[in-house]
Ligand binder design. Structure first.
Ligand code: GDP
Length: 529
């Protein structure tokens, strides 16, 4: 049963997990589903993990399943809230889609390994959150085993990311054992019982005040004195939690737990539901769009191609921004001005695809498409407004694309143009559009495999890649003579994107950083201006 539009908006929470590979995202996702009742026994995501490690035949997987493992949006209910967890592909399938997905989230959970703190991919994904001022929760994972000192971890986050942290919970540890957490807001202790089933079911929790006998009896004395000492330190540090600063992405509440043993998950989830924002207004070209407006609007943030050549259709993922969506609804595709009927949208529940009848702001629907939709496109029931597009993020892998048969150049250009418009990879040209081999750029290497596969199967062009040693790019703005001069420097190259905007490629992080610092007359952008 669905409620009214404003009720449905209020109970929605749409978020993504940002983390570095191995921090425990798959495990946490699985446990959230367990707590949300979407799966009964944790373990179903394991198959996916196994598959991921044997990903050499990724295309095969795509073909067998008909849909990518990278494309899930998980919806589950918890304590009366309807939660959408947008999956952010990591590992080998890290791609521009990972960044784009964050454009559809209202908040993010930054998952850290308690031994490693902020890692490379955490940092990159965090930058996208910063771009949109997305509120970020921090969850320090793997507390069931010894990690770096807690204060050091927090310091690491603050220094590395330039974001304030507010420890909302504090871990109660005894040597190697993680006993529970202390909640600094309600001043209660949550102690966890070590289960026999290795975290495949919910964990038993005892709660009480720090002065309660049953709590004191359960914590060894030295753990209590350590806790009191830590809490005093935190008080002295004096930071206050401000919800406003959190919602502006300026301060992150920090939680501790273990996705493996489920310790700390429930206290975290409860606070998450309280603090995470429901879908809010979105800026369109002419005005703000409120989620409670009755007229449906949404935008495409990701397109998943079907790798099976027999089924050319692809799935466009649309984030609903306002109004109630109904299956079969006719909407206007703003870029082309044409009406389209959204016939059989799908939604993703755990790993199953299900057809849906309705969706609300904050939800994500998958629309079958034959190539009309592009990333960033707006769909609107009443037409005439357009959300800002999704930025193109600067690639980190580059290759020249070479064809054996020069007669295929035209097909190659058409294929590259269409695939780049769809967001599969970015295309650059060293000179003119008709010059020598175009250069393709991607955020993740897997994008190249997908690109070659699709060029061959959809455009009948067999191509190969000559990898280039550049590792970063920045769009650049300024006097053209200055830009051209730059390009002659060692370790740099000037290219143009499909819209003729200049970019400089760099052979190392160091070259990029020093160049950007030195060239004061030029402005550099890491997303397309
Ligand atoms: P992902 O790459 O971020 O999806 O990470 P996974 O969920 O696949 O976890 C990576 C490894 O860390 C696996 O061996 C997990 O069993 C382990 N792991 C995940 N969460 C925890 C945790 O809370 N405690 C411990 N000790 N190990 C964990």
């Amino acid at each position: 049963m669905s409620g009214t539009l404003s009720e449905e908006v209020r109970r929605r929470r749409t978020f993504a997990i940002i983390s570095h590979p191995d921090a425990g995202k798959t495990t946490l996702t699985e446990k959230l589903l367990l707590y949300g009742g979407a799966i009964h026994l944790a373990g179903s995501v394991k198959a996916r993990r196994a598959a991921r490690h044997a990903t050499s035949d990724w295309m095969q997987m795509e073909q067998e399943r008909g849909i990518s493992v990278t494309s899930s949006v998980l919806q589950f209910e918890y304590l009366g809230k309807s939660i959408n967890l947008l999956d952010t592909p990591g590992h080998q399938d890290f791609s521009e889609d990972t960044y784009r997905t964050l454009m559809a989230a209202d908040s993010a959970v930054m998952l850290l390994d308690n031994r490693k703190g902020v890692e490379e991919q955490t940092r990159k994904l965090f930058e996208v959150c910063r771009l949109r001022k997305t509120p970020v929760f921090t969850f320090v994972n793997k507390c069931d085993r010894p990690g770096a000192p807690v204060l050091q971890l927090i310091d690491d986050v603050e220094r590395e990311l330039g974001m304030k942290c507010y420890p909302m919970m504090w871990p109660i540890l005894d040597g190697d054992r993680f006993l529970g957490v202390y909640d600094r807001v309600d001043e209660r202790v949550y102690l966890f019982e070590r289960g026999e089933d290795h975290g495949s079911s919910r964990v038993e929790t005892h709660e009480g005040a720090l002065t309660d006998d049953h709590i004191l009896a359960a914590i060894p004395e030295r753990a209590i004195s350590q806790l009191l000492e830590d809490l005093e330190l935190l008080e002295m540090a004096g930071a206050e939690f401000s919800e406003e600063a959190f919602l502006a992405g300026e301060v992150s509440p920090v939680f501790f737990g273990s996705a493996l043993t489920n310790f700390g998950l429930e206290p975290f989830l409860r606070r998450f539901l309280q603090l995470a924002p429901a879908p809010g207004p979105r800026q369109a070209d002419t005005r703000m769009v409120e989620p409670e407006e009755t007229s449906f609007t949404g935008f495409v943030f990701k397109i998943q191609a079907n790798m099976d050549p027999k089924h050319r259709d692809r799935i466009a993922f649309v984030r609903v921004c306002s109004g109630r969506f109904e299956a079969g609804m006719q909407v206007k595709h703003i870029r082309s001005g044409k009406p389209i009927r959204l016939a059989s949208p799908t939604q993703f529940m755990a790993r199953e695809r299900t057809l849906i009848e309705e969706a609300w702001p904050g939800d994500v629907i998958g629309i079958h498409d034959r190539g009309n939709l592009r990333i960033g496109d707006t769909l609107s029931a009443d037409g005439d407004l357009e959300f800002g597009g999704i930025p193109r993020f600067s690639p980190e892998h580059f290759a020249r694309i070479v064809i054996g048969d020069p007669m295929k150049r035209k097909q190659l250009d058409t294929g590259l143009q269409q695939l780049s418009e769809e967001g599969a990879a970015q295309v650059f040209y060293a000179e003119s559009l008709t010059g020598p081999a175009p250069i393709v750029g991607a955020v993740g290497k897997l994008q190249f495999d997908v690109l070659l596969h699709r060029l061959e199967h959809e455009y009948n062009v067999r191509a190969r890649l000559e990898h280039m040693s550049y590792t970063g790019a920045r769009w650049v703005d300024g006097p053209i003579r200055e830009i051209e001069r730059l390009a002659h420097g060692h370790g740099r190259m000037l290219v143009y994107d499909a819209k003729q905007k200049p970019l400089v490629l760099f052979d190392s992080e160091w070259t990029m950083r020093t160049t950007v610092d030195r060239e004061k007359d030029l402005v550099f952008y890491d997303v397309a201006p």
